[in-house]
Design a protein around this ligand. Structure first.
Ligand SMILES: [Zn+2]
Length: 312
């Protein structure tokens, strides 16, 4: 088998790596910024793939892309952070350009697939995956199958409705999980409280980010700790809704916001315990961090391409 290119298209960076048949360690890898004035994203993506493949003939290409998208056709419907890609046929454009099969799926679905096969979900058949970063993404494995639903749009847990009268979400609607618990939402919540006169070690900071909030919380800042606990409360509500809908045996949490400290993870666990219908859901339930870090999407794209696409 010839080598495979795996691509992960994130909100800030696009990564590509070349893998041989035998290992999950890339033969070469590189990344570019998602946004640039130099050229359009598709042509910069093609240049990146050329750079990484170093003139080798390819077997196929696997792509983890921001959703919502159609995994059957490889068409991006509307990527929230990539304005130029509306109804964009990414899969067929790459196939045309490189002359090999291209497989595309939602980045959170593929991160879930990778954590299930190679990371924190190994040995489980029912896996709930949530990634908390700039936004909130989700993936679901039930009975040993990655779930796509009838339109390929299942497991968009970041847009699970928490309160229709809640804050506006990145998608334009109101009160979705992401509008309470993403890194963006955590930072915005702290900014709002500071504007209202609350005190915090962050009050003189020019640009408040969720990682600054997590750091301040670790160092004992009360406002930051409460902001993380609030996000954990809402994530726990969403996870308990998922427990009652799907009854997973492991909940895997990925994304940069989970990377720092225990406060958020502990408040998520408390909130799940408080909100599930019956304690039986919690028997043996693991709520844990992913183990693949930033590579989860890339490895999921590799697994997808190696399998020759999903069996849908
Ligand atoms: Zn939304």
């Amino acid at each position: 088998m010839r080598p495979i290119i795996a691509v992960d298209i994130g909100g800030t960076h696009v990564r590509a790596a070349l893998y041989s048949e035998a290992t999950d360690t890339p033969m070469s890898r590189a990344e570019i910024a998602t946004h640039s004035q130099d050229a359009d994203l598709f042509s910069r993506l093609c240049d990146l793939i050329e750079q990484v493949r170093v003139e080798r003939a390819l077997e196929s290409i696997g792509v983890a892309a921001p959703g919502p998208l159609d995994p059957r056709s490889g068409t991006i419907l509307r990527a929230p952070n990539i304005q130029e890609w509306i109804e964009f046929p990414l899969g067929s454009r790459l196939t045309e350009r490189f002359g090999v099969s291209t497989y595309v799926d939602n980045d959170a679905n593929l991160a879930a697939l990778a954590e299930w096969r190679l990371g924190a979900g190994r040995g489980h058949s029912d896996v709930l995956y949530l990634t908390v970063g700039t936004g909130v993404g989700g993936g679901l494995i039930l009975n040993g199958q990655l779930i796509h639903g009838s339109h390929g749009l299942a497991a968009e847990f970041g847009h699970m409705l928490i309160d229709p009268a809640g804050p506006q979400c990145s998608c334009g609607k109101h009160g979705h999980l992401e509008s309470y618990a993403s890194g963006t939402a955590i930072a915005a919540h702290v900014r709002r409280l500071l504007e209202e006169g609350a005190t915090s070690s962050l009050q003189d900071m020019q640009e408040i980010t969720s990682s600054a909030v997590a750091e301040a919380a670790q160092e004992g800042d009360e406002l930051s700790r409460r902001a993380l606990e609030r996000a954990g409360h809402y994530l726990g509500i969403a996870i308990s809704n998922c427990c009652m809908s799907f009854d997973p045996s492991v909940v895997i949490l990925g994304g940069g916001v989970l990377g720092s400290g225990e406060i958020l993870l502990q408040s998520i666990r408390r909130s799940v315990v408080a909100h599930v219908l019956h304690p039986r859901y919690l028997e043996g339930l693991e709520i844990t961090r992913g183990t693949l870090g930033d590579d989860a999407g890339l490895l999921g794209a590799l697994l997808l391409a190696r399998a020759g696409g999903h069996d849908m």
